[in-house]
Ligand binder design. Structure first.
Ligand SMILES: [Zn+2]
Length: 251
């Protein structure tokens, strides 16, 4: 051992390497660094109180193995909203997001290559999240609202799901939800006169209407059944029995 080596050896004795690394958790768990937890309402309706959380190993929620690699502190490569600024995920928010994802149906959790970003504020007032291609951005509002984070994420993932539908499926959804060819402008779409809109922004596009439909199917099932019965059946037929919020399911 050289003189330098001896010096390094003694340094190691004084400061073991593990003290610099993050603790290793058993398989199926992940390390949650100490952080301040803000109060929020969980999807099962339970209120989680604000607390100073000490670093600990936490059991991986359903879907964790896939999603933890898909969170990014950067900016999406293509993002048209120039004024929107990226920010870093906090430990508190990461844990909340995983909790929210864990209650969503498999069809969302199995979506490939979706990245989830964190930004300060949307260009559109009151907007908690945006999706573009396979990129989803969550803004501060997504973590401050009383509305469930799982609902916000389900809506954005529904946009990704819509883009993956075949033309035939898109056309059959349009039919079921009251969208028709515009009588005067070739190639443009309009809605049937008696169509009921589940949300005001459903008027914007079939894509928006589709995401609102899936969001309502999962979170306000009864109201969708009454407002848009044909599309309700379409969703039932396409996504089947497993398409529901999974509360109390560990894996
Ligand atoms: Zn939307």
């Amino acid at each position: 051992m050289s003189e330098r080596g001896v010096y390094f050896f003694f340094l190691l004795l004084l400061f073991p390497l593990q003290s610099f690394a993050k603790p290793i958790c058993p398989i199926g768990e992940h390390w949650v660094a100490s952080h301040v937890r803000r109060t929020y309402v969980r999807d099962d309706g339970n209120r989680v109180r604000a607390a100073q959380v000490k670093g600990h190993c936490r059991k991986n929620p359903r879907g964790y193995e896939k999603w933890h690699q898909n969170l990014s502190n950067n900016r999406p490569k293509i993002w048209g909203y120039k004024q929107e600024e990226s920010k870093k995920w906090s430990v508190d928010e990461i844990e909340r997001l995983h909790e929210a994802l864990s209650v969503l149906p498999d069809v969302f959790l199995n979506l490939a290559n979706v990245k989830i970003y964190r930004m300060h504020k949307s260009q559109f007032p009151g907007n908690p999240a945006t999706s573009n291609n396979k990129d989803i951005t969550l803004y501060d509002l997504a973590f401050q609202r009383k509305q469930s984070l799982a609902q916000i994420v389900a809506h954005e993932l529904s946009h990704v799901l819509y883009r993956k539908l075949s033309e035939k499926e898109k056309s059959s959804f349009r039919q079921a939800s009251g969208w028709i060819e515009h009588p005067e402008f070739k190639g443009a779409l309009t809605t049937e006169k008696n169509k009921k809109f589940i949300q005001p922004d459903s008027r914007l596009s079939v894509d928006e209407d589709f995401s609102n439909h899936l969001e309502h199917f999962l979170f306000k099932n009864k109201s969708l059944k009454e407002t848009s019965p044909k599309a309700y059946l379409w969703i039932w037929d396409k996504y089947g029995l497993g398409f529901k919020i999974k509360l109390g399911v560990k894996k």
